[in-house]
Write a protein that binds this ligand. Structure first.
Ligand SMILES: [Zn+2]
Ligand SMILES: [Zn+2]
Length: 260
């Protein structure tokens, strides 16, 4: 790999290691670029506190630490400041307004809940309901259409265990939209390593048939996971098998800064 754009920090409360350790590991791996994309803060209403993401008041420190490292390591590696972010329609407008004040240069779409964390189930929960699949596809399609997302992380996280023909119909439409909008889909190495429901070969077969492109994402929650040769090789074999081209390095135009 020449780059990894899916990297967490301990601010999300389920990752380890300092930002510097991730950077050093990326340099050892020979990467040209490392993108940080910790779980975005979200502005919810009421008493709800998400336990899988940084708090809004932590975003300033996240950006400051990464900007300092960008300068310090400028001659060794290019660092990018991003966030992994769900599209929660009820709260997304407020989030975008909030993010505009920070130097966040890209968002990756990682849809961990249907509707949102208050109103819907986690997308990893097995479901045979077509309505859940429809909701997932509709919501993530709308997300891609905002023009704010650089790529779609683990697009195959929806854990649909119902009829294969139903899955094919809705996922095919989703993949076509991603292709038309030129949004790459991520083959997630962490899911592979942890034996999750993704990467899902049924998804990648459709993605290949529909002419989608892929990126490899380490989804590193610890510095040693920034590079993993074994799972990288398996991810490449998956892409090869279904004829999905891998984008090794994203182009500048593919980064979509939230702030004006
Ligand atoms: Zn995470
Ligand atoms: Zn992630």
């Amino acid at each position: 790999m020449l780059a990894n754009y899916h990297t967490h920090t301990p601010r999300c409360s389920h990752a380890d290691g300092s930002e510097r350790e991730y950077v050093e590991q990326a340099i050892r791996a020979g990467y040209a670029e490392l993108g940080f994309s910790d779980h975005s803060p979200y502005l919810f209403d009421g008493e709800y506190r998400s336990r899988i993401r940084m708090l809004p008041e932590q975003l300033g420190d996240y950006c400051a630490v990464l900007q300092a490292l960008q300068k310090e390591y400028a001659d060794r590696i290019r660092l990018r400041i991003g966030l992994e972010c769900e599209f929660y329609p009820r709260f997304f407008g407020d989030l975008v307004s909030f993010l505009r004040d920070y130097p966040v240069s890209y968002l990756i779409l990682g849809q961990h809940a249907l509707r949102n964390e208050l109103d819907g189930p986690w997308t990893g929960r097995p479901t045979a309901e077509e309505a859940d699949l429809i909701q997932y596809c509709r919501q993530t399609t709308e997300a891609m259409e905002t023009g704010l997302f650089t790529y779609f992380a683990h697009p195959d996280i929806i854990n649909f265990v119902g009829d294969g023909a139903v899955y094919d119909r809705h996922i095919r439409a989703l993949c076509r939209r991603a292709r038309d909008l030129e949004i790459p889909l991520e083959i997630n190495l962490l899911g592979m390593q942890e034996g999750k429901q993704y990467p899902n070969p049924a998804f990648w077969r459709i993605a290949g048939e529909e002419g989608c492109t892929a990126v490899l994402g380490a989804d590193a929650h610890s510095p040693d996971a920034v590079r993993n040769d074994e799972y990288e090789a398996r991810a490449r074999a998956l892409a090869d098998r279904f004829g999905v081209p891998i984008l090794e390095l994203l182009e500048d135009r593919q980064f979509r800064p939230v702030h004006p």
